[in-house]
Design a protein around this ligand. Sequence first.
Ligand code: DOR
Ligand code: ZN
Length: 481
Amino acid sequence: MTTPDIIADLVIHGGTIVSPDTEYKASIAIKGGTILAIGGRTAMPKAVDYLDATGLHILPGAIDVHVHFRDPGYPQKEDFASGTAAAAFGGVTTVFDMPNTLPAISDAKSLADKHAIASAKAHVDYGLYAVLGEDSLANVDELIEGGIIGFKLYMGNTFGRIPSPTTGAMLEAFEIVAPTGKRISLHAETNSIMERREARLRQMGRTDPLAHLAARPAVVATEAVARAAILAEWTGARIHVLHISSAAELRPLAEAKARGVDITGETCPQYLLLSSDDYEAMRGVIRVNPPVREAENQDPIWRALVDGTIDMIATDHAPHAPEEKTREDIWTVDCGFPGVETQMPLMLTEIARRKASLSDYVRWSAENPAKAWGLFPKKGTLMVGSDADIAIVDTDLQWTINDAAIQSRAKISPWHGMKATALPVHTIVRGRFAMKDRRLQDDARGWGRSVHAIQAMPPAELRNTDQTMAAVTSPRRSSVA
Ligand code: DOR
Ligand code: ZN
C-alpha cells in the first residue's frame, strides 16, 4: 500500500530490523518523531530525507536505566551534555539518571533544578531518579509531582555517601511508595556488613585493590536482595535490583519472582567481562560498588540473563576523573567508571561470542527496561506509533576501545584496549539524529526530554495495608482503653 500524500521526515532503507523475536529486512518511515510505517521499500511514503542502512542492523535504541551524569555538582567528572553525548555514541536513546548529585535529588527544589539542567543539555531522552531515604520519606508526593521515573534507595553507602535507611525506615518507605506504583531501584549492599569489614581491613593496614573486594563479599549483596524482596512482598512495592554482581544473588531474585514479587534485576558489562583476576593490572580503575568478583560468577550471571531471571543490561555509568581513579591507597579511589558508551559494542561482541541472538540483546537493552518502567510500547521497541528511538549498528566491525576517544569526560576505564566487533553508526532520538556517522549532531543538544510524562505503571497490588506504619498509628485505630 502506498501513501502518496503523506511525506515522511525520514525513510531508512536497506537495513535489518531487530525485534525481540526475530530479524527481518525492512524499511522504516519516521514522521513527527514517531514510526509511521515499517515494510517493503516500495510501500514507504516519500520522505524529506533518506538513510541507506545497507549492511547494518536497526535496533531499538538502548534504555540504560542506571547512569550517573554528575550534574549538578561534579563537572570534572561529567555533565548532562557530555553524559548524553556518550549515550548517543553508544546507541542509547534513553537514560535514567541517578540522584547522588550535589545536591542529591531528594525534594521538589533539587528535582526542578536538575530538570532545568537536563532539558537544556540532553542529547537523548532521560528519566530522573529521586532518593528514597529517611530524610525524604515526607517528600514522596512532591517528588512524583515534580516528575521522576522512580526512586533510588541506597541500602549501602557508595559515592556521595547518601545515608542508608534502617530496615525499619525502608519498610515504611516501601509502604509509602507502593500505592504510587513507582518502582524503587535498590543499591542492594548491606551497609553494616561492609563497613565493619572495611574498618577491620583498614586497621590491618590493607590498602591494596583486592581489599575492596574483601570488604564486600557476595553475601553483602545477597542478604540485601533477600531482605528487600521480603519487604516488597509484604507491602506490594515494586522493586528493581541494580547491578547484580554475583551468582549468589540469583537465588533470592528467582525465588522472589516465583513468589509473585514485582521484582526486576539488571546486570552490567563489568560483571560479565571483568573478574578479580583484573585487580592487579587495573588497580583503582576497576574499583566499583558492588565490586567486580571472582570469575566463576560470570557464567551464572550470563545464564540468568538468557533464562530471564535477570531482566536487563544497564551500565552504572559512574565517571570519575583520572586523578580520582589512580590513587595508590584503594580506599581513597572513587568507585565506578564510564560505561554508557561502550555497553552496546561490548554486549554485542559478547553475544556473538556466546551465540546469543541480537533479539536477546534488544530484550535486555530496550524492551524489558521499557516494560519495567511503564514506557512500553512508546519506548523500547520499533513498532508503528512508537517513538523513533533507533540505534543503527555495524555488527561486523573490528575495533579497539580507546579511552582517549570517548565522549565521557572520564577518560579512564577498564574497557581501554578491549576489542569489539560492533559499533553504533547512527543514533536517532524521536526522529532526530543525535549521532550520525560517528559525529555528534550539535543541534540535538537540548532535544532530550524527560520520559516521566509518558510513564504508565499498572496499579500496584498492595498487601498488608492494615498493618502499615500509617495504619497502626492512625488516630482511628489507637485505643487508650
Ligand atoms: O561504584 C559505584 N559508583 N557504585 C555506585 O553505586 C555509585 C557510583 C557512583 O556514583 O560513582
Ligand atoms: Zn550506580
